[in-house]
Design a protein around this ligand. Structure first.
Ligand SMILES: [Zn+2]
Length: 346
């Protein structure tokens, strides 16, 4: 590969030692690769908004502010509207892969695109409603992951163990207070994350390896601390949120393909979460189902993972018919992925 004057030249000379590769040269715009690198740099070093600092830095918890006001603030911060065409890195990856294909190079296959259903339980009310959603999933024979804060509200051991049955439990920090991104002391940060893990392990009797930060807090420091604290997989990074609360604006990695940071596996939240669709953009549950299924189809077509986040705290735990329709559609979509798309090339 050579890079010059704003473009990238992929060239390959057949020397008889590599399969059926043929000689050739393909031009690829360098700006595409530079843009991907800029996205990654921005995401690893988020610019925490002043309003977020104020709301989560007060002695009283941010969620004492009425949810209508918090939603209105987020709505105002969103200059992007409901996200569409937000997985730019995946598009670049596919274009680059096609360039290699033109040179006769068959790239290494990855695993089949996956469907990962996740839930964050933010409140006691959410925990009370969670089992109804779990029973829909049990009827459809699908697994999910439940992210629970270990000290935010009393954890009913029976309910937690019921949720863990056939599914997974992950940590949602100790408190849902949004302060992780402010913690500069690495040891203190890792200790707090490890505490949540061990508390949940005591409740479930199982190892806890998954994590998602409240309010989708994400930074290089948090990921490093997660690894020290004994986690293996993080779900805190959105592919794209138009109204991310930490930066009070658009934020995301713009890929739906999991990747590593150190030893941690990052699973981007590839579908915008229910809070954004229902509370910020005012969609009905029916409209959200329609939007999600359209976006999921596109993500699968680019070889990415569909990662869904639905809170039992919000409307879908009351609209179980719509929830069932959503999960059935996504399950059906995944099972009918054409074999040509079952492996991503990269
Ligand atoms: Zn949460």
């Amino acid at each position: 590969m050579t890079i010059s004057s704003g473009r990238c030249e992929l060239s390959w000379t057949h020397n008889g030692s590599v399969g059926s590769a043929t000689a050739g040269c393909v031009l690829f715009p360098l700006s595409e690769i530079v843009r991907c690198r800029e996205i990654i740099t921005t995401v690893m070093n988020p610019n925490v908004a002043l309003i977020y600092r104020l709301l989560t830095g007060l002695p009283i918890k941010y969620n004492r502010a009425p949810p209508q006001i918090r939603s209105a603030l987020l709505r105002q911060s969103s200059g992007f509207g409901i996200p569409k065409n937000f997985i730019k890195i995946d598009e670049t990856r596919l274009a680059l892969t096609d360039c290699f294909a033109q040179l006769g190079m068959k790239l290494r296959a990855r695993k089949s695109p996956d469907l990962i259903i996740t839930h964050d339980i933010d409140t006691r009310k959410g925990l009370e409603r969670a089992e109804a959603m779990k029973s829909v999933e049990d009827d459809l024979g699908v697994e999910s992951s439940w992210f629970i804060p270990s000290e935010e509200f009393p954890l009913n051991g029976i309910v937690i163990r019921d949720l863990a049955e056939g599914s997974q439990i992950g940590s949602h920090d100790t408190k849902h207070d949004g302060t992780l991104v402010h913690m500069r002391d690495k040891t203190r940060l890792a200790r707090r994350l490890a505490k949540s893990r061990t508390q949940l392990e005591e409740k479930t009797g199982r190892p806890i390896k998954l994590f998602r930060a409240p309010l989708m807090q994400f930074s290089r420091e948090i990921v490093n601390a997660l690894e020290i604290a004994g986690y293996e997989e993080d779900f805190s990074l959105p592919s794209w949120e138009s109204s991310n609360p930490v930066v009070m604006g658009g934020f995301g990695i713009q890929t739906s393909v999991p990747f590593h940071i150190g030893k941690m596996v990052e699973h981007p939240l590839s579908l915008p979460q229910d809070h954004q669709l229902l509370m910020i953009f005012g969609l009905s549950t029916q409209a959200a189902v329609k939007y999600w299924t359209q976006q999921a189809s596109r993500i699968f077509s680019l070889g990415g993972d569909v990662v869904l986040l639905v809170h039992p705290d919000y409307a879908f735990s009351q609209e179980l018919g719509d929830y069932k329709q959503l999960i059935s559609s996504l399950k059906e979509m995944k099972s009918s992925i054409p074999s040509s798309l079952r492996y991503i090339r990269h």
